[in-house]
Design a protein around this ligand. Structure first.
Ligand code: SF4
Ligand code: SF4
Length: 475
């Protein structure tokens, strides 16, 4: 049963049936090819172009434009960037020569490897100032291609997307608040279907089945869905649709979904949701002026000049100590209202997903700031890169162009944060009602206070002068 059927709503429009859009969406290879071409340009310019971040396409496009467009697309549509993922092309090429049969190790299934890599990327980004180094940014892209191909050359299925890729895990979490979802159109058709081609593949149509193991009639939400639409190509009954839904509704839905299971039973999913949310605050904190005074104070208190150690402690405070205190406290208070006697971590796992919309709001506000204030900065850099390559087709570089003024962008930032907070409060209420039908308010209040406290700290962060990393613009 689809989510819409479960809550008795019209299944909505099918974007795959729209004349031009539908066929464009189903041409995954086209989008992957375009993204691959862009990636090659970025890699080459990063290694061979000027090693000044604002004048290099690699640093500028990756750290200013790509991140902003990624979160904007997730918010406005869905996991389109995974659909167009360029890392999959070399990986698929490698798989033409090697057919991996080994299964991904059981111990590494789930989200823990992706969470570890996600934290590692945040840490190395700060430690090595990746935004300021074109060659290092290009190296990261090359390593990413190599890792995707290596993992999926050795193991069957799509373990890289499902468990390893930190960008993919970020996209999976953020896409829980996306307005679009891939789902089966009619559960009756699925009930009479014997081939289950959406999962197993369709040799007649030369279409593979869902590589992340989602069986359409039992799929709940966007978690683990890369929007690749292999299922739509494979289904012999054309029973797969890309349709609209209420953003965030899956965070309130605790049915057991294909390939994912029950959210409330998945500690690794809760961990991912929490690292996503607190990581958003940490990443924004790294951009504002008070972070330098805080790091200096930390270094003096620790008696060290090692940036790696100071950053390690800062990460420990924001990603371990702060969540332990806030969530442990909220869980201890709210579990008194729950009918069953549950452990603290179990309570955290059940409520953690309610904080995701707030986390999305912080990421969107932060990356949206960089994207909007530096919107056109790629134009002169692309003009100069083309001229340096002997192709002055794009004209004389117009170095003066920038983006929107901070005065315009700040209300947008606060609006995104406010929207995320409101959705979080609604989702938390729904979870509290499910977990404590008799004492909903008592179970809800501690979590609502946590959400409001995180929102207040995000407001403070976003009100600070933010570093204009990767551009010539000044704050
Ligand atoms: S192949 Fe199509 S009809 Fe069959 S189960 Fe999958 S979505 Fe349903
Ligand atoms: S359900 Fe699977 S095959 Fe279908 S779009 Fe999502 S990831 Fe791709």
């Amino acid at each position: 049963m689809t989510t819409s059927e479960a809550i008795g709503r019209d299944p909505g429009p099918d974007l795959l049936a729209w004349p031009l859009l539908g066929s464009l969406l189903l041409r995954r290879r086209l989008w992957q090819g375009l993204m691959l071409a862009v990636s090659i340009v970025l890699i080459v310019h990063g290694f061979l172009g000027p090693q000044l971040a604002p004048k290099n396409l690699s640093t500028l496009v990756v750290w200013v434009h790509y991140r902003g467009l990624l979160i904007a697309t997730l918010l406005l549509a869905g996991n389109i960037f995974c659909m167009a993922c360029p890392f999959m092309l070399p990986r698929d090429l490698v798989r033409r020569f090697t057919r991996p049969v080994r299964a991904w190790p059981r111990a590494l299934r789930g989200k823990v490897p992706g969470v570890v890599l996600f934290v590692f990327v945040l840490y190395t980004y700060e430690l090595f100032d990746l935004w300021a180094s074109p060659w290092a940014t290009s190296l990261v892209i090359v390593l990413y291609f190599a890792l995707a191909a290596a993992v999926d050359a050795c193991f069957s299925g799509a373990p890289f997307c499902k468990s390893v890729c930190p960008i993919g895990q970020f996209n999976f979490v953020a896409s829980t608040v996306s307005p679009l979802e891939v789902r089966a159109r009619d559960s009756g058709t699925c009930a009479t279907c014997s081939g289950h081609e959406c999962l197993t593949g369709n040799t007649e149509r030369e279409a593979r089945g869902c590589e992340t193991g989602l069986f359409l009639p039992e799929k709940v939400g966007n978690m683990d869905c890369t929007f690749c639409l292999d299922c739509a190509r494979a289904c012999p009954h054309d029973n797969v649709m890309l349709t609209t839904r209420l953003p965030g509704e899956e965070l309130m839905d605790d049915r057991s979904g294909s390939g994912v299971g029950r959210r409330s039973n998945r500690g690794d999913l809760a961990l991912l949701a929490l690292v996503f949310t607190f990581g958003a605050l940490l990443n924004a904190f790294g951009m504002v002026s008070p972070v330098y005074a805080f790091q200096q104070g930390l270094a003096a208190a620790l008696g060290t000049t090692s940036e790696a150690a100071v950053l390690g402690v800062l990460f420990g405070i924001v990603l371990c100590l702060e969540p332990a205190l806030l969530l442990g406290g909220a869980a201890a208070l709210s579990r008194r209202a729950l009918p069953a006697r549950l452990g603290l971590w179990t309570v955290v796992v059940r409520f953690a997903h309610g904080l995701v919309p707030l986390g999305v709001g912080v990421w969107a506000a932060h990356y949206g700031f960089h994207l909007l204030t530096g919107l056109w900065t790629f134009v002169p850099v692309a003009q100069k890169a083309a001229a340096d390559a002997g192709l002055p087709l794009l004209g004389v570089p117009r170095w003066g162009v920038g983006g929107l003024r901070e005065g315009i962008v700040q209300p947008i930032e606060m609006g995104l944060l406010g929207l995320g907070t409101v959705v979080s409060l609604v989702v938390l209420w729904s979870i509290a009602r499910r977990e404590a039908p008799r004492r909903t308010l008592a179970a809800y209040l501690p979590w609502a206070i946590v959400a409001l406290a995180l929102c207040a700290s995000a407001v403070w962060l976003l009100s600070q002068p933010m570093e204009m990393r990767g551009t010539f613009l000044e704050s």
